[in-house]
Design a protein around this ligand. Structure first.
Ligand SMILES: [Zn+2]
Length: 166
């Protein structure tokens, strides 16, 4: 099957540097925080692409949550956010096709100690969810440590968002 979402970073191996959920603050290790997205290792300046045909909702510098240069896109009511960016190549109101270059990853903002791409996902009801099931097929999860994430399925996503969009 073809999944409707494509993986947004096409260069290099897929490494999750911080999963969704409770974690220790990466810059203040005495604090716990809720990490509302998924972090993927990406060198500063790595291009990232639209995972689906989408409309650009907002491009802004987030000082509330420390996201730095941020981008929000809308896919049929699903909101996908990208943070800690180095550069954004689209503007609010743009309609982009899947695979369109959106910008470049970076290390802007707070709560970050190495360049990466932060991806957040909200359902059409506004609920934050873990983006990972939508980016990776569960069958490709490694059973043990050190296995990496395994191969990416069809550069796409699986699960509820696929069902919602098909
Ligand atoms: Zn993050």
């Amino acid at each position: 099957m073809r999944y409707p979402f494509k993986y947004p970073v096409l260069r290099g191996p897929i490494v999750v540097t911080s999963p969704y959920g409770e974690r220790v603050d990466p810059t203040d290790k005495t604090k716990r925080q809720f990490h509302s997205g998924l972090d993927l290792r990406a060198a500063k300046g790595t291009p990232f692409y639209a995972p689906h045909d989408a409309s650009v909702v907002q491009v802004w510098t987030d000082t509330t949550y420390g996201g730095g240069l941020s981008l929000l896109i809308d896919v049929k009511g699903w909101r996908i956010g990208f943070a800690h960016l180095d550069r954004v190549d689209v503007v609010a109101g743009d309609a982009v096709d899947v695979g369109t270059l959106l910008g470049a990853t970076g290390n802007s903002g707070l709560h970050t100690n190495a360049p990466h791409l932060h991806i957040g996902l909200r359902t059409p009801a506004g609920e934050r969810v873990d983006p990972k099931p939508f980016l990776f097929d569960d069958d490709d999860e490694p059973d043990g440590a050190g296995g990496g994430l395994g191969k990416l399925v069809a550069l796409g996503v699986a699960g509820a968002i696929a069902k919602a969009l098909l």
